[in-house]
Design a protein around this ligand. Structure first.
Ligand SMILES: Cc1cc2nc3c(=O)[nH]c(=O)nc-3n(C[C@H](O)[C@H](O)[C@H](O)COP(=O)(O)OP(=O)(O)OC[C@H]3O[C@@H](n4cnc5c(N)ncnc54)[C@H](O)[C@@H]3O)c2cc1C
Length: 452
């Protein structure tokens, strides 16, 4: 690694550079709708409202897409972070079914959208493998899948340990779950394509323009920014993990988000043989620990993208890259000797109920789409379409995620940084301990994953 330069920004941006839009001059005095945030969420709401004839202005404090929407891993899934059985127990079977049917719907919506809108973003249905870190993790996943499939079709299969080598490169796992219909894409190109469609629809986008203040009247809202105030009938907040604390309205949402930082590495181009050894059937791979390690291919560049070291601080991207590669190589021996070309970190927005939230704040009438729980690549577009339809008063706006209670915790101020290292160590101790014990019991070669 010595002497090898690691670039400290997302790989995606070299192929889809961020754009400077509307950075000079004052804002227009009014619009029908003001959207705050020009990531996937804000652009999606804006696009559908503009196509319905609304005059829409989007403002962003940075360049459009600067945050999670061009920092992510590019997985296009149908992830609900709880198991089907647990959700059914918590909210009842009918609501659980609606939640999981909508998760399938956001995958279908996004794949259709990419095709219909001709977004050039290297989308492929590569599939996803979850490697079970213990026999219990495999059994639990299998039981949950059986219940899930009793109630709705899901294109997922379990592959037992004896056959897992067809799908996964390591024998550190106790069988795998294989989601066959999910995909992956180039997040930068996806954002850029969405931005193009929004601009073509007449959306006006103003970068480097922070929303500082909000006033709400019976006739609408006024948003103040350093470049002037703008009035609008409708106000939509799509600020997700970047939601600030400089105004009570923002603080309200900030307290409902748990910001989780996560490192991502893109390697140098590798030989076809390394790619095949790392991902035998081409599917993205993740494990069932909470602080998982994930890898996927970056096509057609023959690079490997990996994520690891969630919640860790590192003094530099170079040292983070080394630590991520070391962790990933424990799981994926084929990565040995491969070097990192890019390493960056991003923040995703978990919520206390681990579900996404969209709706209208009863006190101020502000619409919001916040808390995308690390699933925003397919989810933001779908929910943005739903939210636009709600604003337009159309029945297509109905979604199980709308106006659900958006929980916070007493004394929680939205900045959990002091507690996250303890949580991280707890989860590492729990998951790695269980993994090590399982490997020892089942006599696996080579060395088990490290506990520290
Ligand atoms: C490292 C990482 C990996 C991920 N991997 C995946 C994945 O593989 N698959 C997946 O589905 N999801 C993934 N996600 C999550 C996904 O990227 C996000 O859910 C999604 O990008 C959120 O989009 P958004 O538009 O809601 O928010 P963002 O893209 O964060 O956009 C919010 C915007 O609001 C702007 N803003 C905030 N406050 C203000 C203000 N006061 N005034 C003006 N503008 C403001 C910000 O500048 C920002 O541009 C990942 C996230 C991270 C960080």
């Amino acid at each position: 690694m010595a002497g090898h330069q690691v670039r400290d920004y997302p790989f995606w941006r070299d192929q889809a550079p961020l754009r400077s839009l509307g950075e000079d001059g004052p804002l227009p005095g009014k619009a029908d709708v003001v959207v705050v945030g020009a990531g996937y969420s804000g652009l999606s709401v804006a696009l559908h409202l503009a196509r319905a004839g609304r005059d829409v202005v989007v403002i962003d404090q940075d360049q459009p897409g600067f945050h999670a929407s061009t920092q992510n891993f590019g997985a296009v899934g149908r992830t609900i972070r709880h198991k089907f059985t647990a959700v059914a127990k918590e909210v009842g079977l009918p609501t659980a079914l609606r939640i999981f049917q909508e998760a399938q719907a956001w995958l279908d919506y996004t794949t259709d959208f990419i095709e219909r809108e001709k977004i050039d973003c290297n989308f492929s249905r590569a599939g996803r493998i979850y490697g079970a870190h213990t026999p219990e993790a495999y059994e639990n996943a299998a039981r949950d899948l059986e219940t899930h499939q009793k109630h709705m079709p899901v294109d997922t299969v379990m592959i037992p340990r004896a056959e897992q080598h067809k799908a996964i490169c390591s024998d550190a796992f106790f069988g795998v779950q294989y989601l066959r219909d999910v995909g992956q894409l180039h997040p930068g190109r996806f954002h850029s394509g969405l931005l193009d469609r929004a601009l073509e629809a007449g959306v006006r986008v103003f970068g480097k323009c922070r929303a500082d203040g909000f006033e709400h009247t019976r006739d609408g809202h006024v948003v103040t920014t350093p470049r002037g105030a703008i009035g609008a009938k409708e106000l939509v907040l799509c600020t997700n993990a970047v939601t600030g604390t400089h105004h009570p309205l923002l603080r309200h949402f900030h307290r409902r988000i748990i910001p989780i930082h996560s490192w991502t590495v893109v390697t140098e181009p590798v030989d076809e043989a390394v790619l095949r050894a790392a991902m035998p059937n081409g599917a993205m791979q993740i494990d069932t620990t909470l602080l998982y390690t994930g890898i996927r291919s970056v096509d057609p560049d023959r690079r490997i993208l990996l994520t690891a070291r969630h919640l860790f601080d590192h003094p530099s991207p170079g040292s983070a890259a080394q630590a991520c590669l070391a962790q990933a190589t424990e799981r994926v021996p084929a990565l040995k000797g491969v070097r990192a070309d890019y390493c960056w970190y991003g923040i995703f927005a978990l919520t206390f109920d681990w579900l996404p939230h969209v709706g209208t704040d009863a006190k101020t009438g502000t619409h919001y789409q916040i808390g995308m729980v690390g699933t925003g690549v397919p989810l933001c577009g779908y929910l943005g379409w739903k939210l636009a339809n709600r604003i337009l008063g159309k029945p297509e706006g109905e979604t199980v995620f709308a106006d659900r209670p958006f929980p916070t915790r007493p004394f929680y101020n939205g900045n959990p940084r002091w507690i996250l290292p303890y949580m991280r160590e707890y989860y590492r101790w729990r998951d790695n301990g269980a993994w090590r014990r399982a490997l020892a019991q089942h006599g696996r070669q080579p060395a088990p994953p490290p506990a520290a």
